[in-house]
Design a protein around this ligand. Structure first.
Ligand SMILES: C[S@@+](CC[C@H](N)C(=O)[O-])C[C@H]1O[C@@H](n2cnc3c(N)ncnc32)[C@H](O)[C@@H]1O
Length: 314
């Protein structure tokens, strides 16, 4: 057995990781099992304080799936299909999606309240999972933006989270400011990479306030589909006054009716139960237009990652 290259829940149909690998790896990572390898079940139970019988069952199952292997002395160690340490956050984020899809779809269909709270329950894991995805596409996405706004000197990265796009803009010679909610800015500060690279951090909701401009580019990746139309109108309205003459907005998102994996991503928005949805190009045109922007005629499609699109507006 081999692991698929795309370990996210957005892998193309038929190519998603085995759900048992996802769930078992998530449980083992959450309880510190991987960190305590190698060891026999008894040694690992001692080191982790976990319930021995349950641990034995999980270790054996991980062994059957090739994530772990054991030697002649019954000592478990990482096996051929163990995710790379850097991919573990992606697998855990996938497991969170699985839990959410399994428990929230039925209540959402019935119009009943969902049971668990949605939202970012583990900021560090969320940070690492989305950073891993963004690192793969940031050079291309930033390149597309800089070709559209070649004179841009200052960029505002809204809901920037891991700051991979901010970092890529600074590599391109721009001054970048990343805005996010306090809990995510706290992770970014603690990790220390962004400030060391010269990225300015700004904490607070962009529905209340945005940093003083002027900015040549307001970069909105992965945020607008987490909100409904009303909130997107507010966001775009808040951005208009801080955009420099000749500057504009880039919206990177899954467009309904355009990108092949948008319908699957829409399920994730539905079960998050936070008002988010995948929106159409026409809706973005209307909201940005109301905020005083003119959307470019041409919409660009990005390869990979469920082929999201980029809308530019000035
Ligand atoms: C799905 S992540 C996108 C991260 C990154 N931009 C990307 O494309 O990979 C959405 C981000 O928006 C942030 N966010 C959500 N609501 C926000 C608000 N009202 N103000 C600022 N940031 C917000 C979240 O904390 C999270 O970091």
């Amino acid at each position: 057995m081999t692991l698929p290259t795309d370990l996210t829940f957005l892998a193309p149909p038929g190519e998603a990781a085995d759900w048992r690998v996802v769930v078992l790896c998530d449980a083992a990572a959450a309880t510190g099992v991987f960190e305590k390898l190698p060891g026999t079940p008894d040694e690992l139970a001692d080191r982790t304080g976990l319930e021995p019988q349950a641990l034995r069952v999980v270790l054996d199952a991980l062994g059957a799936l090739g994530v772990l292997e054991s030697d002649d002395n019954g000592r478990f160690m990482l096996g051929a299909t163990a995710p790379e340490p850097a991919a573990l956050a992606t697998v855990r984020h996938h497991a969170r999606a699985l839990r959410r899809w399994a428990t929230a779809l039925e209540p959402r269909l019935r119009g009943e309240p969902t049971r668990d709270p949605a939202g970012i329950t583990d900021p560090d894991m969320f940070h690492d999972a989305l950073a891993a995805n963004a690192r793969k596409v940031a050079p291309e996405v930033v390149d597309v933006c800089l070709r559209r706004f070649p004179e841009a000197r200052r960029v505002l990265d809204l809901g920037g989270l891991h700051g991979e796009y901010s970092l890529e803009f600074t590599r391109g010679g721009l001054r970048a400011t990343m805005q996010d909610q306090p809990a995510m800015i706290e992770v970014a500060r603690r990790r220390g990479r962004l400030e060391a690279a010269g990225v300015e951090l700004y904490e607070g909701s962009f529905f209340d306030t945005v940093p003083e401009g002027p900015f040549d580019l307001a970069f909105c990746s992965g945020i607008t589909h987490t909100f409904d139309g009303e909130r997107n109108r507010t966001l775009f309205g808040n951005l208009r006054p801080v955009i420099a003459p000749g500057g504009g907005v880039a919206v990177v998102t899954f467009l309904r009716g355009r990108n092949p994996l948008t319908p699957l991503f829409a399920v994730q928005m539905l079960v998050n139960d936070n008002g988010g949805d995948t929106h159409t190009e026409a809706e973005y045109r209307a909201w940005l237009g109301e905020a005083g922007f003119t959307v470019d005629e041409r919409v660009l499609d990005l390869p990979g990652q469920g082929s999201r699109s980029v809308l530019f507006a000035v």
